[in-house]
Design a protein around this ligand. Structure first.
Ligand SMILES: O=C(O)CCC(=O)C(=O)O
Ligand SMILES: [Fe+2]
Length: 296
């Protein structure tokens, strides 16, 4: 019996009573609908091999390898390993791995012309304390904007790149660090729910087009202040065996980045695009893998 439980006032939902290995289409439709309605969906208690996890993940769309080649699983490039190999040969903690996703609130893949539809994580090892993932709704952020800002942003386009204004590209191989900016509307209508959200990522945006640089910087700062609305938040405390999927078209997230570094915190991560949209002209030209910022 599938049970659907809300987790936060506006986002977050948990689906219980499911084994994703044997889930039929009707069961999957319940999960997919709950995910669209609540931005972040948790499916606890799973015990999966990598092929089983990939098979389930593909039901949401097309899985694409992440541009950070050094953190890909050696046998399954579509799997990004989070938290693995965080100590170098010299015993030093690699902060880019340990604090991946913790530098600030962001949405994954805004550096791509077609940003990731979803990101999904499966918890392999969970620390005894800390290590949460924090989520917030882009719909709530948009709704909170004053009318003056909504009008100013109407039709405005932002330029985004992997490392943003700080050029933070530590997880990329040296040859993959040259990014061509891509453009997205700052107010985006979700293609499946039809709702408007504030599509924004302070770590990946370079500028807002069509305004003076100073005005663009001021606007970026002002928008950053609206991203996280208290009612639009959900914080996930991980249990081993949890699968969590979030919708990058309508949510922001960040890792807490605060667990005891000597403990294990490992996830298998997949980046999911709309089916049929993983390629495009850039990939055909062999340069699409250069598009990604800040490890997300
Ligand atoms: O490890 C986490 O909690 C989230 C990391 C992250 O930002 C991501 O996987 O996109
Ligand atoms: Fe992320």
């Amino acid at each position: 019996m599938i049970e659907v439980h809300r987790l936060g006032p506006q986002i977050g939902v948990e689906i219980r009573g499911v084994d994703v290995r044997t889930l039929d289409d009707a069961g999957f439709a319940v999960i997919y609908r709950a995910w669209l309605d609540h931005n972040v969906a948790v499916v606890p208690g799973q015990d999966l091999t990598i092929p089983e996890y990939l098979r389930y993940s593909r039901r949401f769309g097309q899985i694409v390898p992440h541009p950070s080649k050094s953190t890909r699983h050696p046998e399954y490039p579509e799997i990004t390993l989070l938290g693995a190999n965080k100590f170098g040969a010299d015993g030093q903690l690699d902060m880019a791995i340990y604090r991946r996703g913790a530098e600030g609130w962001h949405t994954d893949g805004a550096y791509d012309q077609e940003p990731f539809k979803a990101t999904q994580l499966y918890a392999i090892a969970v620390p005894s304390r800390g290590g949460d993932t924090l989520f917030a709704s882009m719909y709530a952020a948009y709704d909170a904007l004053p009318a003056r800002l909504k009008e100013r942003l109407d039709g405005r386009i932002g330029a985004f790149t992997y490392g943003g204004r700080r050029n933070a590209t530590a997880l990329l191989n040296a040859e993959d660090r040259n990014w061509t900016p891509v453009h997205h509307r700052i107010v985006r209508t979700h293609p499946e729910t039809g709702r408007k959200g504030l599509f924004f990522d302070p770590g990946k945006i370079l500028r807002i087009e069509g305004v003076e640089p100073k005005e663009s910087d001021d606007l970026i700062e002002e928008l950053t202040g609206y991203m996280i609305q208290p009612e639009g938040r959900y914080t996930h405390q991980w249990r081993k065996g949890d699968i969590v999927i979030w919708d990058n078209r309508c949510s922001y997230h960040r890792a807490a980045g605060d667990y005891p570094p000597e403990e294990e915190r490992v996830h298998w991560r997949v980046s999911i695009k709309e089916a049929g949209q993983a390629g495009g002209p850039l990939e055909a030209a062999g340069v699409a893998e250069k598009t990604a910022g800040r490890g997300c």
